[in-house]
Design a protein around this ligand. Structure first.
Ligand code: DX5
Ligand code: ZN
Length: 225
């Protein structure tokens, strides 16, 4: 099943709970929360305090995307704050297997993000630890960037690999996702779609979620999951 994950990076930070409610009412599946440290990526955004503050305001699945160095140090804080899934950035982690096992041991879902230029090579060694692979379709750090078309064949390759191994791992795409390219990423095999500006930049974010879902469902040949 296709999941739509609005990214709060493009929401109004002064009215976060209100914006979150709009996408929840619109039928979003996940709330995608972008955590940036000013080191792995140039931007600084939010930390566990904001996640904890939002938690009582929403029943959505909190999909926390960590674009930070040394994520191990913060796993417990985000879990306590109410994260349902932690996705770490491959390029920011030195001992990946250890980090992924730490996340799993805390009882939350576990994701791994790959930058656009990072190949899939080696990913099979950690696939059994993953609930989700996030293929970045922009270089991480900012909302509102242009979708990088060259990532589409990587989505296909990962879907082929997962099918061959009969593994139930979600493929999430993040960056520049909008009505114009949803069909291409879903046809390639993505099933979790992050959208920031395409949702919160719309006059009605709830309707924007529904529109993305409609287009995605029309292109979803892969799964009845
Ligand atoms: C980018 C973030 C994204 C971002 C997506 O580094 O990881 O989640 O919010 O925003 P759009 O959809 O505007 O590209
Ligand atoms: Zn993100």
């Amino acid at each position: 099943m296709i999941k739509i994950a609005p990214s709060i990076l493009s929401a109004d930070f002064a009215r976060l709970a209100e914006d979150v409610r709009r996408v929840e009412v619109g039928g979003a599946d996940y709330l995608h929360i972008d955590v940036m440290d000013g080191h792995f990526v140039p931007t600084i955004t939010i930390g566990p305090l904001v996640v904890a503050a939002l938690r009582p305001h929403s029943g959505l699945f909190f999909d926390v995307h960590l674009m930070i160095e040394h994520p191990d140090r913060y796993v417990d804080d985000f879990v306590k704050a109410g994260a349902d899934m932690l996705t770490v950035s491959l390029e920011a982690v030195r001992h990946l297997d250890r980090t992924l096992r730490l996340i799993r041991a805390r009882g939350v879902r576990c994701g791994l993000a790959l930058n656009p230029a990072t190949p899939l090579t080696g990913i099979e060694y950690v696939l059994p630890l993953l609930d989700q692979v996030l293929l970045m379709t922009v270089n991480p750090g900012f909302g509102g960037q242009r979708f990088i078309e060259e990532v589409v064949p990587k989505i296909t390759s990962l879907r082929v690999l997962l099918t061959r191994k009969q593994m139930d791992v979600d493929i999430q795409v993040d960056g520049g996702i909008c009505a114009e390219n949803v069909s291409r990423v879903v046809s390639a095999g993505a099933n979790v779609l992050v959208a920031g500006s395409a949702v919160f930049g719309a006059s009605d974010p709830g309707l924007a979620v529904q529109k993305l879902r409609r287009i995605a469902n029309e292109s979803d040949f892969f799964n009845e999951k």
